[in-house]
Design a protein around this ligand. Structure first.
Ligand code: HEC
Length: 110
């Protein structure tokens, strides 16, 4: 029993040493990051980049109905904050909603 334990600890230590030894050599190529938010000169763009794509990609915005109006987006942003603790200040919500509705909702430039 004791031998098993020692053996297990030893191999764990060896594995860790191997991992450390390889640290400089191993390369992990991640797939390209998910969908990014559409760039915009609206002030809400930078704010949304900080507050809205930490947990999921912008794909979620992309899949919302383009007919969605301002109150829909406002509820969405508020829900992200209330339910999932999205890190955003209430003062930034109007800018973010403005960006979202003009970029993904029914106020898009045609
Ligand atoms: C703390 C993590 C987190 C942050 C930050 C966050 N979200 Fe989400 N969001 C989620 C989760 C979890 C879901 C999936 C919820 C579900 O399936 O109901 C989601 C789903 C969505 C959806 C899909 C529609 C839906 O009703 O589920 C949209 C659109 C969305 N988020 C927009 C936003 C926007 C806009 C922001 C920035 C204000 C934001 N999210 C920030 C966690 C987050």
């Amino acid at each position: 029993m004791k031998n098993y334990l020692t053996c297990g600890l030893l191999s764990a230590a060896l594995l860790m040493m191997a991992a450390v030894a390889n640290a400089g050599v191993k390369r992990i190529d991640l797939p390209p990051d998910g969908v990014q938010l559409k760039a915009s000169s609206l002030p809400g763009y930078e704010k949304a980049r900080l507050a809205c794509v930490a947990c999921h990609s912008a794909e979620y915005m992309q899949y919302q109905p383009p007919t969605a109006a301002r109150p829909y987006w406002e509820n969405m942003v508020k829900r992200m904050k209330a339910v999932f603790n999205a890190p955003l200040n209430d003062a930034d919500i109007p800018d973010i909603v403005d960006y979202l509705v003009k970029t993904y909702g029914n106020e898009q430039a045609k």
